[in-house]
Write a protein that binds this ligand. Structure first.
Ligand code: ADP
Ligand code: MG
Length: 606
């Protein structure tokens, strides 16, 4: 019998490992089953070149057994096994992982990533067991051996009886305490649950009693032509990606500079917490059929955070840590690749299945618009052709491309009007001139719309313009030319401006009003809708749009103002306040003093 100490650094690593790295203990089973599967793989490759070994499919399996009385859990395989030397080499020195090349570890700069790099898989057994026994018989050596360890102190190796090639790993589970429940790992239903969760797609049968627990062939390894929409929908439901039926699935198999399979879904309904901080984006990440992460957020940009699904790549290591993953070159390539596939899918949905796209857009369009706006517009090129806005002339959602393609020759800008609802915007006085010209107007009803459009600035060299903008860029007819310069009229406006003092920047004759008496226009970057949005945020510090009160010179209200200016300045003050407050109400802005406003109304009725 050999009695040995773990090497010094192994000992430290083992202590760290047991106490810290894996917070969810259940993954020990994933690690041991993966090792068993690796060992059968090795047997398979050996059989390809060794005539004496025949790889008989039925003979290769993994078995999980529990014995409650002795608190033991046994994971056996019929794989290649380990010789005495291999038991020492592979299980006696933590850093000697058979699967990871050493050169990679030399590239690590800071220490905390080391754990993620080494093959510490086997040692995760010590997270749940105070003693671990490994009985193994290798195809390369006659005798079987038993390796035994109680953790940090060291291990023993001695000859042992075993008939078949392969390895048994036997865990003596810890006693449960108030904080830690180890008894769960003695319950068959719980073990099945864990196997289903992490190891469902291990290629070899995982048996518990006579039952094969895993489904073995993952749907993403199957041929696309053999799969129906129902198969994908079933997978979507089984994986609990959502309760709805997905609008679209994307099945990707890439075999190039980077190799991976992926099944992605575009859901139909918004998860209830989607537009909240609680929502966590991400795809399931598998390494060669074994789940390594539930929600890998690095695989999806925020603007596609609604996408559900999974990615499986054999280029990723099972034991890679979260920190390492973020810097993983392969993962970055996969993410980039996935991003362009999602974009293409959405584009073709928009082109070929407009109804479905609009359905999708209703749920997640806002996220795309946030995407245009965030990161200082870095992604606007990717996203601009996926946007839809309500059109005043088409009475439905249209794309920017559709709008621009039918712009009349003389139209300089892409016009938009903002408000709470389409119905409310339809009634805005500011839209009159643009609408009369026959120009199409986008109706913006989402808070983010104007912010997104400001970030875009232009589409196909056509700039966006609010219908409330001081300068609409529309050539006016001769009789609509600026009449405020005419005798006496200018003084009326200047007087009104003084009465309103800093509430408005200017009072002037309107070029955009046709039938309505009054409206507000704005100058500068900030529009009234943006002011409303910003005001509703914390720390808005009272940002204000620069407002201009516009009066319709052709409306009889103007004659009343002129008459009051000449004969009764008190009356002019009353009219000015009334008109200003009306303009605020039209915009959906609060008026400073509603009581005064209603009293004013009564005064003119007398
Ligand atoms: P990794 O799987 O990343 O190599 P592990 O700590 O999980 O790291 O395993 C260490 C090594 O021990 C493996 O590389 C393998 O050589 C050996 N090993 C572990 N379990 C088995 C098994 N069931 N059969 C044969 N060899 C095994
Ligand atoms: Mg392993």
């Amino acid at each position: 019998m050999v009695d040995k100490q773990f090497k010094a650094e192994s000992k430290r690593l083992l202590e760290m490992m047991i106490n810290s790295i894996y917070t969810n203990r259940e993954i020990f089973l994933r690690e041991l089953i993966s090792n068993a599967s690796d060992a059968i793989d090795k047997m398979y490759y050996r059989a390809l070149t060794d005539d004496k070994l025949v790889f008989d499919k039925d003979k290769y399996y993994i078995k999980v057994e529990v014995d409650k009385d002795s608190r033991t859990l046994k994971i056996s395989d019929t794989g290649i096994g380990m010789t005495k030397d291999e038991l020492e080499e592979n299980l006696g020195t933590i850093a000697k992982s058979g699967s990871l090349a050493f050169k990679e570890t030399n590239e690590i700069k800071d220490g905390h990533d080391i754990i993620g790099q080494f093959g510490v898989g086997f040692y995760s057994a010590f997270m749940v067991a105070d003693a671990v026994t490994v009985v193994s018989k290798s195809v390369d050596g006659g005798e079987a051996f038993k390796w035994e360890s109680q953790g940090v102190e060291g291990y023993t190796i001695e000859p042992h009886e075993k008939e078949e090639y392969g390895t048994d790993v036997i865990l003596k589970l810890n006693e449960s305490t108030d904080e830690d429940d180890y008894d769960q790992f003695l319950e068959e239903y719980r073990l099945k649950q864990i196997i289903k969760k992490y190891s469902d797609f291990i290629r070899y049968p995982i048996k518990m009693g006579e039952e094969v627990v895993n489904s073995m062939v993952p749907i993403w390894r199957k041929n696309k032509s053999e799969l129906t929409d129902e198969d994908y929908e079933k997978f979507y439901a089984e994986k609990h990606y959502g309760f709805d039926k997905p609008i679209k699935h994307i099945h990707i198999s890439v075999d190039g500079a980077v190799r991976y399979d992926a099944i992605l879904f575009i859901p139909e309904n918004i998860p209830f917490d989607y537009y909240s901080k609680e929502y966590e984006k991400g795809l399931e990440l598998y390494s060669n059929g074994v789940l390594i992460m539930n929600k890998c957020s690095d695989l999806l940009p925020d603007y596609f955070s609604f996408v559900k699904g999974m990615v499986d790549s054999e280029d990723l290591s099972l034991n890679i840590s979260r920190e390492m993953l973020q810097h993983d070159r392969q993962l970055k390539l996969i993410a980039k690749n996935i991003n362009s596939k999602i974009k293409k899918q959405l584009q073709s949905l928009l082109k070929d299945e407009r109804d479905k796209y609009e359905n999708f857009y209703e749920s997640f369009g806002r996220q795309l618009k946030y995407g245009v706006y965030s990161d200082f517009g870095a992604n606007k090129e990717v996203l601009q052709d996926l946007l839809l806005f309500y059109s005043s002339t088409e009475k439905k959602l249209v794309t920017l491309e559709e709008y621009v393609s039918r712009m009349p020759e003389d139209q300089k800008y892409i016009y938009y009007a903002s408000g709470d609802t389409v119905e409310k915007i339809e009634k805005l006085p500011q839209t009159e001139l643009v609408a009369e010209k026959g120009y199409e107007i986008f109706y913006f009803t989402d808070e983010v719309d104007e912010f997104a459009i400001k970030m875009l600035a232009a589409y196909k060299e056509k700039e966006f313009k609010s219908v409330s903008d001081g300068d609409l860029g529309i050539e006016l007819e001769e009789d609509q030319k600026d009449v405020s310069e005419e005798d006496g009229k200018k003084e009326v406006f200047e007087f009104m401006k003084d009465l309103l003092s800093d509430k408005v920047k200017e009072v002037r004759a309107s070029k955009r009003l046709k039938t309505h008496p009054v409206c507000l226009a704005t100058e500068g970057e900030l529009t009234i809708e943006m002011e409303k949005t910003l005001q509703s945020m914390p720390n808005s510090q009272g940002v204000k749009a620069e407002k201009i009160l516009e009066i319709n010179m052709n409306h009889q209200v103007f004659s009343a103002l002129q008459e009051a200016f000449e004969n009764d300045k008190e009356k002019l003050k009353l009219y000015t306040n009334l008109l200003y407050n009306q303009a605020l109400l039209i915009e959906g802005l609060p008026i400073d003093d509603p009581v005064e406003f209603t009293n004013d109304m009564c005064r003119i009725m007398k």
